[in-house]
Ligand binder design. Structure first.
Ligand code: SF4
Length: 143
């Protein structure tokens, strides 16, 4: 089933899923979601050139993301610096933190799949490998 965009008519919370949540997690109103287009969602979310987070905030966010997970941020600081630089260049030039080592299709909805962090658990470079890593090596399997 295809995921679609939904907007809470009370607080403009955006949900991307097969169905809208019954309860808005932001304003707690029941049955508040209306379906909107991907383009409308993009505008509401502020998609477009611009940087929404600093590189340090992004690093802190991905460290929190890995806590308690089977993967960690690559301890190779130099490599991570380069990848984060590429991610932020993509955000500046193309509006979202796209993967620094894969090409966009230019279909905004399709390209949401390569916003970092992506679903790298399914990558051949990660899946089932003791030394698995995401396609770019930003995340590696925790030992
Ligand atoms: S492959 Fe790694 S760097 Fe690229 S988007 Fe996925 S998690 Fe981020």
């Amino acid at each position: 089933m295809k995921k679609r965009f939904w907007r809470c008519f009370v607080c403009n919370d955006i949900h991307f899923g097969i169905a809208p949540p019954e309860l808005c997690p932001t304003c707690k109103v029941l049955d508040a979601y209306v379906e909107i287009s991907a383009e409308e969602a993009r505008k509401i979310l502020g998609g477009g050139p611009g940087v929404s987070q600093t590189a340090d905030e992004f690093r802190a966010a991905i460290e929190r993301f890995t806590t308690g997970n089977e993967f960690q941020v690559n301890p190779d600081r130099e490599k991570v610096d380069l990848l984060v630089k590429g991610i932020f260049e993509n955000e500046r030039n193309h509006g979202l933190k796209y993967c620094p080592c894969r090409l966009r299709t230019k279909d905004w909805e399709e390209d949401l799949r390569i916003v970092c962090p992506c679903n790298f658990l399914i990558h051949d470079t990660y899946k089932g490998l003791p030394d698995g890593e995401c396609w770019c090596g930003l995340f590696i399997r925790r030992k």
